[in-house]
Write a protein that binds this ligand. Structure first.
Ligand SMILES: *[C@@H]1O[C@H](CO)[C@@H](O)[C@H](O)[C@H]1NC(C)=O
Length: 261
């Protein structure tokens, strides 16, 4: 537990006791391994750093379930400090009238696997739009199949942030919670991915601004490789009408730490 989380617990009293880990002894043993930075939080310090760890677009191409055509032209590093994905309205595009935005997506070059007796922490700060038609997301997608999918954080145009784990297309743990001051404050999302003792079930603890929001369980997800994707999709799950002005999805201090053996 970080000092600030301890402080917050002390300030707010026993109500936050539930924000601790469900198995603190196991967690202490894991953390004693001194995690390996699979992606360091300096990954958005320059275009070179970005391109060391990430590729442009999706693993499968430049579109996915929405109205945005992705390209590297919409992806920037701002002030040598954060990643910015920019969405521009184009109107129906000549090659495909279902597409009406140019936007940006990156995915990690590495695949991420939670191993039995291991774990992964995935963390980043976000300024994410929540207006109708905007659909930014930070998510894990099975390399070998879909599902599995874990939405580390997804914003579906309702003013809320969603945390979701897909066992199958219909067996889904999903939680929407309020997302205050979306355009003016960085919010920290941390997801701790841990194996359960059965060796196959993956436990995901979702934290926002250092408070545990929810815990979800993924079937057979231990030992499975995942892509990590940061996309700024439009329309699709976030509604059928969206902004005609330029909008942005910003991501800062992304890190992935491994406690795998
Ligand atoms: C997904 O599978 C895990 C492991 O079997 C289970 O604990 C969890 O409840 C399932 N999720 C849903 C939404 O049924």
């Amino acid at each position: 537990m970080s000092t600030s989380r301890l402080l917050l617990s002390a300030l707010l009293g026993a109500g936050l006791a539930a924000a601790g880990h469900s198995d603190p002894l196991k967690e202490r043993a894991l953390k004693a391994r001194a995690g390996t930075a699979l992606i360091p939080d300096t990954c958005f310090d320059s275009q070179d750093d970005l391109e060391t760890y990430f590729e442009y677009n999706y693993p499968w191409g430049d579109t996915h379930n929405g109205a945005a055509l992705m390209s590297s032209a919409q992806v920037s590093i701002i002030h040598d400090a954060y990643l910015q994905l920019r969405s521009d309205y184009t109107g129906p595009q000549a090659d495909n009238a279902d597409l009406s935005y140019n936007s940006g997506t990156v995915y990690a070059k590495q695949h991420f696997t939670v191993e039995a007796d291991g774990g992964l922490d995935m963390q980043a700060n976000f300024v994410a739009p929540v207006a109708e038609g905007t659909w930014p997301a930070f998510w894990l997608d099975g390399v070998n199949s879909w599902p599995p999918e874990i939405d580390l954080a997804e914003w579906k145009g309702t003013g809320k942030v969603s945390f979701n784990t897909f066992n199958t297309s219909s067996e889904v743990a999903a939680l929407d919670v309020d997302y205050p001051t979306p355009s003016t404050a960085w919010h920290t999302i941390l997801v701790e991915l841990r194996p359960e003792s059965d060796g196959t079930t993956l436990k995901a603890d979702f934290y926002m601004n250092e408070e545990l929001v929810t815990t979800q369980y993924g079937d057979g997800m231990v030992g499975q490789p995942f892509y990590m994707i940061i996309d700024y999709q439009m329309l699709g799950s976030s509604g059928s009408s969206g902004p005609t002005e330029t909008t942005y999805f910003d991501v800062q201090y992304l890190s992935v730490t491994s406690y795998n053996p």
